[in-house]
Design a protein around this ligand. Structure first.
Ligand code: M6R
Length: 612
């Protein structure tokens, strides 16, 4: 949550940072701000609302500087307003800071500083941190970088920060713990950002800062030290991201672009890993740790939101194919539950961003108990990827829409490959089944493409149901997690109340909700639960519920019973989620657009949840 971007070099810092903030806006979008060093003055410009509001407030003004820091906020401490927006000044207004994360012990630090005469403008923890740094700097005549390190040794919580000072033109100090920070290295210029999206058009050389590291750019030179002053050699990596992957490319929203990208992103998740005609399946990131997966007595999967739903699909996959006991946990519950975990357990952490605070904490806990950790992340170099013993990137490409779409199908793809590989090694599937599964997997992108042929029909259905107040999603087996995912998609972007349930649970309570105003979306593909789902549909129709059913192409029974059907191509039951989720993504998207919602940046949400 929150996006930070900073620049020092020879270019115009204001326009560069503003552009960077627009790229990072998906991380938080309730206010934004920029601090610049202009003719020896440290000036802060900030505004409640979107980055565009900040831009229009300063349109026409000549904001000239070659050094600056910028921030787009997702409020934690203090409501979203101009004052609480970042950057924040220190007490003497000689320092400014941007911060992503939470300083948990800010209240006690603030009290001490107030006693010393500090006056605070905002309600934020961030302003306390920069006052604290100033206080330490002056107390014993510390250099600014030492003051930053000393302050960070005292604070509890998570942070990615960049600090600039009016007394040190040309200098930026950055640090991280628990919140991402990447440094771009250009020709006589440096960039700092929460992720690489503001950087890629200028340089592909980047350094990912590690926890407890402090980066200092001074006199055109980058040095990195730990909080205890040990110097580390910057490890420069080459970004593989391409600019067009973070632009809308002619689509109205990132979400619809990302939905339609899925044939390619699913193929990318398999690229180099799967070759059906050669019977080849290998996930490079797992080699060396495959035995742990094969011998695991239990697999515990942790994640949040959509990633947790992908974990539920994986539970069905691993149990079905590899005959191993699987438990799927909300990372936020797992981390505080004193769970029974031993070195015989394998933990799979699933996260698109690789930065979700609860998931990161869950794996640290499992690691401390001796479990082997596999990370399934989309963002390369992310905290979860780095904290894991082994893992596989999903390679879906940047996902910018807050609602997760292509990341989900990429996660399910990678988890399916993992389950097949483990099953083959354990001997729980025959060679024939193994071969067959590989061919079926290879064919999935083409089948997803076919689902898109129904887009116009889905739009028409969306128009009919767009004014609903509630919606129920029901599915069984592999389609149960898809029902949950469909409901999450609808509620988060359209603000329609939606619930997902295992279809058989309906009669234990939710059936009381059914009347002629209740749309019910059934996942009713031809699989081992088909007859049971047909009965559930009848139970809903008997109570006048309005049913939209996702069915297998060519089904004639269910279309005769329900209000609308959306067909998906026939596929193996275990691969159904990769197809049946697509119409639900499209339905949510069209409903949200018709209701006039901000699809890519729904209210109260942020793409990367780096706070608890
Ligand atoms: O980055 P992660 O996959 O760890 O994020 C987990 C959830 O915050 C995320 O899936 C969230 O639920 C999405 N908004 C769902 O569309």
């Amino acid at each position: 949550m929150c996006g930070i971007v900073a620049y020092v070099g020879e270019k115009d810092a204001y326009s560069l940072i503003l552009k960077g903030l627009k790229r990072l806006e998906y991380r938080g979008y309730d206010s934004s701000g920029i601090a610049l060093l202009e003719d020896g003055e440290l000036n802060v410009y900030k505004k409640r609302g979107k980055v565009a509001d900040l831009e229009s407030q300063h349109a026409g003004k000549a904001l000239k500087s070659t050094i600056g820091i910028g921030h787009t906020r997702w409020a934690t401490h203090g409501e979203p307003n101009d004052v609480n927006a970042h950057p924040h000044y220190s007490n003497n207004r000689k320092l400014a800071i941007i911060h992503n994360g939470i300083i948990e012990n800010y209240a006690s630090i603030k009290q001490n500083l107030i006693k010393k005469g500090h006056v605070f403008q905002s309600e934020t923890d961030t302003e306390v941190l920069i006052h604290f740094i100033e206080d330490i700097q002056h107390e014993a005549g510390n250099s600014l970088e030492d003051a930053v390190k000393l302050a960070l040794r005292e604070v509890v919580g998570a942070y990615a920060i960049v600090v600039m000072s009016v007394d040190h033109p040309g200098q930026l100090i950055a640090a991280r713990k628990g919140s991402p920070l990447v440094i771009g290295i250009g020709e006589n210029e440096f960039f700092f950002a929460s992720d690489a999206t503001p950087i890629i058009e200028y340089t592909k050389d980047v350094v990912y800062l590690d926890d407890y590291e402090v980066a200092l750019v001074r006199d055109g030179k980058l040095t990195i030290q730990n909080l205890d002053n040990t110097e580390t050699i910057p490890y420069i990596q080459t970004l593989e991201m391409e600019l067009e992957t973070i632009e809308k490319g002619g689509y109205d929203h990132f979400m619809i672009k990302e939905i339609f990208e899925q044939p390619r992103s699913i193929a990318d998740s398999m690229r180099g890993r799967l070759n059906a005609s050669e019977g080849h399946l290998q996930l490079g990131g797992l080699s060396g740790y495959m035995d742990d997966l094969v011998k695991a007595e239990r697999i515990v999967i942790v994640g949040c939101g959509t990633s947790w739903h992908a974990g539920l699909v994986a539970e069905y996959l691993f149990e079905e194919l590899a005959r191993v006991n699987v438990e799927v946990e909300y990372a936020s519950e797992f981390r505080y539950r004193n769970p029974v975990i031993t070195e015989k357990d394998v933990v799979i952490a699933i996260s698109q961003s690789g930065e979700t605070a609860d998931t990161l904490a869950a794996i640290e806990l499992a690691k401390s108990k001796g479990a082997t950790i596999f990370g399934i992340c989309n963002v390369v170099g992310s905290s979860i990827a780095r904290a894991s013993h082994a893992g596989a990137y999903t390679h879906a490409g940047p996902e910018i829409g807050v609602a997760s779409t292509k990341a989900f199908t990429a996660q399910v793809t990678v988890l399916t490959l993992m389950a097949i590989a483990v099953a083959k090694k354990k001997g729980t599937i025959s060679d024939e089944t193994y071969r067959h599964l590989l061919y079926e997997m290879e064919n999935i992108p083409a089948l997803v493409e076919k689902v898109f042929e129904n887009a116009t029909k889905i739009k028409e259905i969306a128009y009919i149901y767009k004014d609903s107040n509630n919606c129920l999603y029901l599915g069984r087996g592999f389609n149960y997690p898809v029902a949950l995912e469909g409901a999450l998609k609808l509620k988060e972007i359209s603000y329609i109340h939606a619930e997902g349930y295992p279809a058989a649970e309906m009669k234990h309570g939710p059936i009381a909700l059914i009347d002629e105003d209740m749309p019910v979306v059934f996942l009713a593909t031809k699989d081992s639960s088909y007859e049971k789902i047909v009965s559930n549909i009848q139970e809903v129709k008997a109570r006048k519920g309005r049913v939209i059913a996702i069915v297998t192409e060519g089904d004639t029974l269910i279309p005769s019973m329900v209000d609308f059907v959306i067909e998906v191509p026939e596929a193996l039951e275990i691969l159904t989620p990769l197809l049946s989720v697509i119409p639900l993504q499209l339905l949510s998207y069209y409903v949200a657009v018709m209701r006039g919602r901000n699809v890519d940046q729904p209210r109260n949400l942020a793409k990367s949840v780096t706070v608890e």
